[in-house]
Design a binder for this molecule. Sequence first.
Ligand code: ADP
Length: 461
Amino acid sequence: MRYGVSYILIIAAVLVLLNTYPLLVSEDMVFRSKGTTMSASVSVMVSSLSGLDRLTEENVAAAMAAAEESGLSRILVTDNAGKVLYDTRETSSAIGDYVLYAELVQALTGMDAFSCIYENGAFRSRASSPVLYQNQIIGAVYAYEYDRTQAALLEGMQGNLLRLSAVVGAVVLGLSIIMSASLTKKIGALLTAIRQVREGAYSHRAYITGRDEIAQIGQEFNNLTDRLQTTENARRRFVSDASHELKTPLAAIRLLSDSILQTDNMDMPTTREFVSDIGDEAERLTRITEDLLRLTRLDSGILDVPVPVELLPVLEQVLRMMSLVAQEKEIELTYRAEEGCTVLGTKDEIYQVFYNLIDNAVKYSSAGGTVLVSLQSEGDEVVFTVEDNGAGIPEEDLPRIFERFYRVDKARSRAAGGTGLGLSIVSDTVKRRHGTVQAANRPQGGAVFTVRWPRERGERP
Ligand code: ADP
């Protein structure tokens, strides 16, 4: 409504101006031209009477016969008292009468007079000038013109303007109704979509056609809702996966403890075995909750202030620990690393990245396998890779292994003590520090993980 009304008001103002201004100007132009032509005609008549010392009906008639002016509706000549001596009007001629037209009275005081009015579809112009003899006013000439032709032209123009205004008005009214309606419809659709999504219907989308700003807002809203839906789905899946992961060890603990309680006279070795299993499951729960806490911290975006960290000592610390596990599994763990690889972060998080990747490589390799770790700087980057010659990762699983709780082989991961969260923690940690992590399969078999961090060239810690 507001849109429509403001359009209409503006156009109405323009139309009023269009309808009045040209008419006023043309009227004024007609008045001026009448003024010049009438004054000219009157002065011609005055000059033809100027030789006379006294005005009488006869000598005026004779002089006027020579100077008769066509196009004028009436011509009067009076003496200096205003008595009519000559009148071009034949029916009810005023000869002999005294006339007191304003213009004539003014002429008899010695001044030229002119007036023009536009009324009832005609221009009525009156002009009058004194007739002098030796600087004495001896009479006056008065001319009157009644003009319908110019007035008809003006009226025609007025009519055209009115018709034009009516058409323009109707078009503007129609357009403003259509535009306001379409705008209101689009905004309405957007509002409905926003309300639906606010109520939780994340699959609802705003359908707005066109390419205007409202349509763009609609598109942006849909993109936003897409992201919201993805995040919401991920959150739901995460919660359900997390509960499932927590439920499994809890159920095992429950089962084992029930067995101990319900079995009379259970022998010592079996009891010890069951209690040790309960301990393993409890440890698993601890690992899962620790990983979940780590991820929650990463999600919240509250990170420890980064400092430049020299990576070699951290890597050596992880390798010292992992070499025992590798030895036990008969896996050859070798490394090639250079000094001076410094990145921004914290020691703990880098330890976690190294640990998770090397631990996986060892975990998913079989006896007799080799794991090769390398750390080096390449231009502005620090590159860390872990290669193994294990089974590798099926190509179709590669894009998903960084997802939370995603495992290629659930049973194997569980058996190896995995939580399914290790790679998500690696990926989130590295991304938070503006790095990247990639997983691939080696052509000769086995997996290779590559982490790239921006290299820190500032002071060494
Ligand atoms: P998990 O705790 O199960 O190891 P991760 O997030 O660390 O969880 O890894 C996700 C999955 O990716 C693993 O379950 C495993 O299937 C696969 N994966 C990770 N690293 C390797 C590797 N070096 N070789 C083969 N598969 C791997």
